[in-house]
Design a protein around this ligand. Structure first.
Ligand code: GDP
Ligand code: MG
Length: 163
């Protein structure tokens, strides 16, 4: 059985970097429905022997401050509805921000299955953020570096039992 994984989190934490790493060149389709869905990118992911669909919540980068909260909420809720599992990404170097807490709240209410990922975790600059991540109440964070390809084996071991 395969599954759909949505990568969610505030802008700039590294969601698209992980999406691109999982999908490589196998970008499947871009939904052209108006509104929220055009900001969801869907691709065919490979991780070891796992094959699954991955959704990147894009398009938040262009939102103004006023519209960002509402857009984030709508996009995230839509991605959660489409997905079996949510990978909630924070930036381990920045630590937990108030915006991350808004996401954690949405996910606690809406998603049955959340994997917390602390990205940009290469090197010791991420250590404090990794400890802080526990305060989100979403369990132990997976230590990731999407850019450097670190932590993917840990991500694999969390996803494999679900496939
Ligand atoms: P998104 O807005 O969440 O999709 O974030 P992006 O994937 O566009 O990445 C935002 C920035 O973070 C870019 O400059 C990336 O190169 C950088 N970035 C992504 N992953 C990592 C990582 O593992 N380590 C570090 N240091 N930077 C990263
Ligand atoms: Mg992005």
């Amino acid at each position: 059985m395969t599954f759909t994984l949505a990568i969610v989190g505030r802008p700039n934490v590294g969601k698209s970097t992980l999406f691109n790493r999982l999908v490589g060149r196998r970008l499947a389709l871009v939904d052209d429905q108006p509104g929220v869905t055009r900001d969801l990118r869907e691709g065919e992911a490979r991780l070891g022997d796992l094959r699954f669909t991955v959704i990147d919540t894009a398009g938040l980068e262009e939102a103004t401050d006023d519209s960002l909260q509402g857009r984030m909420r709508r996009l995230t809720e839509r991605a959660v509805e489409m997905a079996d599992i949510c990978l909630f990404m924070i930036d381990a170097r920045a630590g937990v921000t108030p915006t991350d807490e808004v996401f954690a709240d949405i996910l606690r209410k809406k998603s049955a299955h959340v994997i917390l990922a602390a990205n940009k975790a290469e090197g010791s600059a991420a250590d404090a953020g990794l400890i802080e991540a526990y305060s989100l109440g979403l369990g132990e964070p997976v230590r990731l570096s999407a850019e450097h390809g670190e932590g993917l084996n840990e991500l694999y071991s969390m996803l494999a039992p679900l496939s």
